[in-house]
Design a protein around this ligand. Sequence first.
Ligand SMILES: Cc1cc2nc3c(=O)[nH]c(=O)nc-3n(C[C@H](O)[C@H](O)[C@H](O)COP(=O)(O)OP(=O)(O)OC[C@H]3O[C@@H](n4cnc5c(N)ncnc54)[C@H](O)[C@@H]3O)c2cc1C
Length: 318
Amino acid sequence: MKIAVCGAGAAGSYAVKRLRANLPEAEILLFDAAPVGFYAKMRLPEYLAGTLPREKLILSAPEQMADWGVELHLGEPVTAISPASHTLTTAAGDYTWDILLLAVGARAFVPPVPGLPDSPRVHVLRELPDADALVKLCVPGTDAAVIGGGLLGLEAAFALQKRGLAVSIIEAAPRLLPLQMNEEESTALLANFINAGFKVHTGAAVERFDDASAQLHLRDGTAVPASLVLVSAGIRANLDLAKNAGLACNRGIVVDASLRTSAPDVYAVGDCAELIGVVTGLWLASKDQGEAAADIIAGKIPAMPPKTYRPKPKLPAF
Ligand SMILES: Cc1cc2nc3c(=O)[nH]c(=O)nc-3n(C[C@H](O)[C@H](O)[C@H](O)COP(=O)(O)OP(=O)(O)OC[C@H]3O[C@@H](n4cnc5c(N)ncnc54)[C@H](O)[C@@H]3O)c2cc1C
């Protein structure tokens, strides 16, 4: 059996480790667009803050992944998949597979506000190169604005402040963390942020970003100085490969309770997958799905009983 896994993030890496253990004889190919190996995305804010050295982010460097007993294709993005011919394509050529596991994750969403998507001042924090770029731009005293006061936005705001930047936080909701906190807790949190030196704009809509003057204009007329803008406005699943191959997609690649997509022998897990209408966007859920898919795939071999993934109830929103 030849299994191809696209994506070496949490979902793909944990899937590959479990596949190797489940199926010692299988040929396993692991592709990732990035050359860096498997790293802890969750800890990028600590690296950005300067409190975690870059090397501590790395969970498995490419040399360590070589010991996983799989054929590694790091830095080799998959450009197309064909469920009909059971092939995938990269710049190096075509590869065949019996089973394909899509674990291509998600990307940060930048709202189409005039001036935002095209400005070199505007950044996101999703991948290690994003953090590397931000670290280089962290000159103490620089004005920065973080768009999005969710958990990740607040973590990123702290990180930038720790680097000595003067940080404004722009949140569209009338208060901070409305999903996680009640009104009283939210008010206390806001006071803490203001005391810590942040400028916080709640109930604020960004109207446009003016790159030349480095100002973020809010709908209420406020101009927020921002030589650097960090957008933390949610994620969008990477759907291109699946959509181009005709797989059913909604907010994510639609999978059934066995993590199977609409195409035979193609599975999807992690931030790219939509299970019971939900794209979880969580590390542990991605790991859990990756390992569950590996068990389900191994169950196709007659000696092993088939297993079905059951999502854990009440996963917290991130
Ligand atoms: C800054 C930050 C903080 C976070 N904090 C938390 C937290 O506190 N708690 C929590 O639960 N979650 C947190 N998360 C979310 C968590 O990290 C993700 O849910 C998890 O990493 C998803 O894993 P994944 O493998 O599905 O996707 P990803 O980690 O996105 O991995 C997908 C991989 O696929 C590769 N890929 C994409 N397209 C292709 C292609 N065409 N060909 C080959 N490879 C491709 C990418 O290079 C990438 O390596 C955080 C995320 C970030 C960015």
